[in-house]
Design a protein around this ligand. Structure first.
Ligand SMILES: C[S@@+](CC[C@H](N)C(=O)[O-])C[C@H]1O[C@@H](n2cnc3c(N)ncnc32)[C@H](O)[C@@H]1O
Length: 187
């Protein structure tokens, strides 16, 4: 099954759209928040060109499933970060059956610059909870609107959506700027 969302993202990738690279401060926060993988399973939702998936595999030793709904993004990810430790898959997380994932549960689920764009955020979070292993971490990197920084940007998560995202989890939030945040969410 596919959603209209898929066509939107595929067009952006084909037009050459690219997104901010992982910064070294972000890598440090990620390591501190999620710890070493030691071969445990991680799922990166909306992997784009695969930089985070590559980092989780090569630097943090997770066994990674990386999914994206855009064939163009996925081809770039395979090309740039393909390795035996990463299973790149074409999948629409909002529409396809999570039971199709290669692992029944993941110790770590990551989602960088993705949650903001999910049309049905409640349903998305329900799906994340279905695939997260007991004791697992849901790690989200997102831009949050800070009124002191001026008007909201298109890519900022609204305060209401931030509340939805963090409700009913134990949350640790770290930021290196007023607007870009890394959240480690535990059930
Ligand atoms: C803003 S980009 C971020 C890409 C990457 N995570 C990064 O940090 O550079 C959002 C990504 O999510 C993917 N995406 C959006 N909706 C999706 C869905 N329902 N299932 C899987 N991937 C999705 C898009 O194709 C795109 O690659």
């Amino acid at each position: 099954m596919t959603s209209t969302n898929t066509a939107y993202w595929e067009q952006l990738w084909r037009e050459g759209r690219r997104y901010r690279s992982l910064a070294s401060w972000e890598e440090k926060i990620l390591a501190a928040q999620v710890g070493p993988g030691r071969g445990r399973a991680a799922l990166d939702i909306g992997c784009g060109t695969g930089e985070l998936a590559g980092h989780l595999s090569s630097r943090l030793s997770y066994t990674v499933t990386a999914i994206d709904c855009s064939p163009t993004a996925l081809a770039a990810a395979e090309h740039q970060h393909g390795s035996p430790g990463i299973d790149f898959r074409l999948m629409d997380f909002a529409a396809d059956d999570p039971a199709d994932l290669p692992q029944p549960a993941y110790a770590l689920v990551t989602c960088r610059l993705v949650f903001r764009w999910m049309p049905d955020k409640g349903a998305f979070l329900d799906r994340v909870r279905r695939v997260l292993a007991p004791g697992g971490v849901f790690w989200v990197a997102t831009s949050l609107h800070d009124p002191e920084e001026g008007p909201a940007q298109e890519w900022d998560l609204s305060p209401a959506d931030a509340e939805l995202l963090t409700a009913n989890w134990s949350v640790v939030r770290r930021s290196s700027s007023r607007t870009f945040h890394c959240l480690a969410l535990r059930p």
